[in-house]
Each structure stands twice: as C-alpha cells, then as structure tokens.
Design a protein around this ligand. Structure first.
Ligand code: SF4
Length: 269
C-alpha cells in the first residue's frame, strides 16, 4: 500500500486510512458511523475530521473547527487569547456549540466556512459587508485570532551511506564499477525505518561522517530542519540490497538523494 502513497508524505495517514477502512468493514458492515464520538475512535480520525464527516456527510449539528470557523468564532466573541492551546480550543468549541442550529449541520458549517473565507478573512476583515456584524464583539478583529509563539526550530545533521553492489548474474555478488549496471543489475542497500519517523519506509542507512559528501539535501519535518549528507559507505548488518529498478517505498528526501546519486553514477559509467 505504501508504494502507492510514496511521495505524498504523511505516511501515517495512508496507514490509518487503510486501518479505518478495514475497521469500518469489520465492525460496521461497511457503513461509516455517523456519530461523532464513534468516528473519533477510528484510526487516524481526530476531532476535526470526525466533526467534518458528521456535519458534511450526515448533516449532524456538531461544531467543526477549521481555520476559517475558528477565526469567525474567536472574533464574534472578541477572544484575544491564543486559539491553539488546549484551553483556547475548548473555549472556542463551547462557543461554536452555542451557535449550532437544531438541524442543518451541513449548511450551517458551510455558511460559517464561507463567511470566514470571503468576509471575515485573515488580516483585515470586510466588516461592513458582514451579515452578523451586529452580533460581533470584535474590537480589533485584525488582531484575532491571537498567534502563539512559534516553536523553536531544531536543526539536525544526518549522515547516510550510499552502499551499492552489482549482481554478476551467477549467484555471486561482486563489487564492481557501475559500467555494467544495467546488464548485471545494480543494487543499493537500504534499511527499514523502525519509526516513529517514516515507519515502514526504506531509507539510506546511517553512516559515519568524514567521507566525501556525494549528495546534500535539506528538508523539514514538523519543526525539525534536517541537513542530510550522503557519503560512500559499506553495507551495514541490517541493510538489504534492492535492484534500482525495483526500489521499495521511500520517503521523498531519501528517494531524491538516491536518484541524484544514481544519475551521477550513470553519467560516470
Ligand atoms: S463583523 Fe467583522 S470581525 Fe465580526 S464576524 Fe463579521 S467580518 Fe468578522
């Protein structure tokens, strides 16, 4: 399954989607539950997704707190504290619940989302065109919602190894140049990520720094900024060799680095 998801990122979402689909088939006879609390127990379904599915698919009257609705609700109440804290979320959920109609959850949620997207926009809203202007308590709406200080960026330096082999075709693996790559089957060594980052995907193996850097890639994962360098290396104990035309699912930065290296090998051959 991960091979189909490869390159899209957020791999745990793919895994959870499959687990949720299986659970819906096994526990609910293939019918997606409409109760928001039952939905929340499915793998990968958090409070927002559960509420959005309940409102849009089943017309349930539940508070759906996406970025637009959070902004509208916070401004209506002149809520000046950060909205991303647990206390802020809980307060806004109560406010949003108080605005719910008795029926028509889908249209109510759509209307709030549209209001936030078109009138009560981020930055300076168009209050003169707002249909709920007379109920709004916002004093300085452009300052709401209040932002939380950004989390500190963590810099990481990651050294990975480019270990290869050429399969000679006689049941015998031998280290040779890359000239006969296609004819003889050029293979690269990868390790299976133990997680939590990229669990289930294959990575270039860890290596010691110090050698000539063959490729350098910088990327971000949440608040981590990672500079990955790839050096020539020998296969490690846990690494497994794969033919380059049949690679397993890999996260984008590792696949990108490997492709660069393979292109360089092909040019030199
Ligand atoms: S009056 Fe202004 S701040 Fe208040 S909800 Fe409408 S657009 Fe937003």
């Amino acid at each position: 399954m991960l091979s189909h998801w490869q390159g899209l990122g957020y791999y745990s979402r793919g895994r959870n989607l499959l687990r949720a689909a299986r659970e819906i088939m096994e526990r609910f006879d293939g019918e997606i539950p409409r109760d928001v609390f039952v939905l929340r127990k499915l793998p990968g379904i958090g409070p927002y997704t559960a509420a959005a599915v309940a409102a849009f698919a089943f017309d349930e009257c539940v508070p759906v707190l996406d970025a637009n609705i959070i902004r509208v609700v916070a401004r209506l109440a002149n809520f000046k504290k950060p909205v991303s804290t647990a206390a802020g979320k809980s307060f806004l959920e109560k406010l949003a619940r108080g605005l719910l109609p008795e029926s028509g959850g889908c249209i109510h949620t759509s209307a709030l989302m549209d209001l936030g997207a078109m009138v009560c926009r981020a930055g300076v809203p168009d209050c003169s065109a707002c249909p709920v202007h007379k109920f709004c308590k916002a004093e300085r709406p452009e300052k709401i919602p209040a932002k939380q200080p950004r989390s500190v960026v963590i810099h990481e330096h990651d050294v990975r190894g480019f270990a290869t082999r050429v399969y000679s075709g006689f049941g015998d693996f031998s280290r040779r140049g890359a000239g006969d790559a296609e004819k003889n089957g050029f293979r690269v060594y990868l390790i299976l990520s133990p997680g939590p980052r990229w669990r289930g995907l294959w990575l270039l193996p860890h290596a010691k720094s110090g050698g000539k850097v063959l490729a350098r890639i910088t990327f971000a994962v949440t608040h981590h900024r990672i500079q990955m360098e790839v050096v020539r290396a020998s296969p490690t104990k846990c690494s497994v060799s794969f033919p380059i035309d049949n690679l397993p699912p890999m996260p984008t930065p590792h696949r990108k680095a490997l492709m660069r290296l393979l292109e360089a090998v092909a040019i030199q051959a």
